[in-house]
Design a protein around this ligand. Sequence first.
Ligand code: SF4
Length: 325
Amino acid sequence: MDSVNKISGVYPWGHERRFNAFPDYFRRLYGSRMQKVSVDAGFTCPNRDGSKGTGGCTFCNNKAFNPSYCLPEKSITRQIEEGIEFHKKRYRKVQSYLVYFQAYSNTYAAVDRLSELYNEALAHKDVRGLVIGTRPDCVNDEILDFLAEISRRCILLLEFGIESCYDKTLLRINRGHTFKEAATATESASNRGLNVSAHFIFGLPGETRGEMLREAEIISRLPLKSVKFHQLQIIKGTAMEEEYKRNPADFEIFSWDDYLCFIIMFLEKLNPALVVERFTGEVPPRFLANEVWGKKRSDQIIGLIEKKLEELDTWQGRLYKGETA
Ligand code: SF4
């Protein structure tokens, strides 16, 4: 990447949009749009089964984002078929799919079991690859070598939930791993040529906006390919809901206007080489214990962010000071 400035009408990521957008990156790399189909392969996670904890992360309720067709009682193949049927109604032109192993920690098993599950997904005729969501402490050399081997024959995106760059926050939300563990896992995966993405939440308890903004520099130094950002949404029935009721002043719950300003400032500091996959999370309102921003869909939110970038004549990485290669 040459520069963080616009050259010959396009930004360093090769198009005119003011941020390094995932769909454009993906189309350029693989030639077409693909839809993700989620599956629940019946995994758990070390923060729930007792190896690290039993309560889970304080914000977690997997039911809030697991589509209704995802049930671990159904085979992977059946979940893919039902998922494709579901998406075909909305995205008629999409012909190819990525299977998203999304619920819980999808590398939390022996390699033989992972191989069975991933290969069942890859055997489907419309599937071109996998997206595997997991915790950074649920990979080891053997698993990463295995994933690297799969990535040589299909598209593979490895997605780590990192959530925060601050250990004080990770401790408070009962995450069960440190930021250093996340950074080390990211490096080990990236050194094997894997495309690594990471997920972060803005608004976790005890974090100031200044601290959240400083995460742009920290995240920019990680060897990630792409990033997903979410505003904190407090899910009913979680430990965080109780904490929020007890001490709401400890939470920086963003209004939409605040979040828009924050995201613009964050993007300006973010490494332009990082592809941005999401700016917000969408949870069905019936699961939410805090205020929602009206009925904005994620594509409308992206439109509003792009409009604001245009108004302010700014773009991702405009104030970024580090390496961009
Ligand atoms: S967020 Fe992920 S790691 Fe945390 S409890 Fe839920 S499934 Fe486990």
